[in-house]
Design a binder for this molecule. Sequence first.
Ligand code: MG
Length: 171
Amino acid sequence: MGLLDADLRIKSIIDVPLEKLSELGIDSLIIDVDNTVTEWKGRNVEARAKEWFLSIKEKGFKACLVSNNNSGERIASIARQLGIPSIHRAGKPRRNAFIRALKILKSKPENTAVIGDQVFTDVFGGNRMGMFTVLVDPISSREFIGTKLMRLLEKLVLRDKKRSRSSNERN
Ligand SMILES: [Mg+2]
């Protein structure tokens, strides 16, 4: 497997197979922020994701947010909402921030998974640290696909309305 290949690909952080990770000896999670936990540059964490963060703690997992974003205030505020530590301006895929996160988590690479939406920062960075890597679909493109689907449905509905209106007119 190459350094750009994630060990696991899933839709969203809430789909992380925690039991499987436990079986692999993993109890620490390094989690990306933008498009993994929030929308790009967002501050809002979906209720489902908040619940997930509560559930991982109950299951004995430690977690740390690690973001390349420069806004320390925003990243810290998200981390506060979730009750976990954070690192901003991380410079992933470089090793430095991963090493800092391991210190915060009091963990080792073999007991740690990196979860994120980007291959060249999260997956590549995690793999070269010897960590388990999990690639998620980016939140905003997920929404974008949703939006596109809604538009398509709208179109179909509007077309049907037009049709029924013109057939009513004819009748
Ligand atoms: Mg990201």
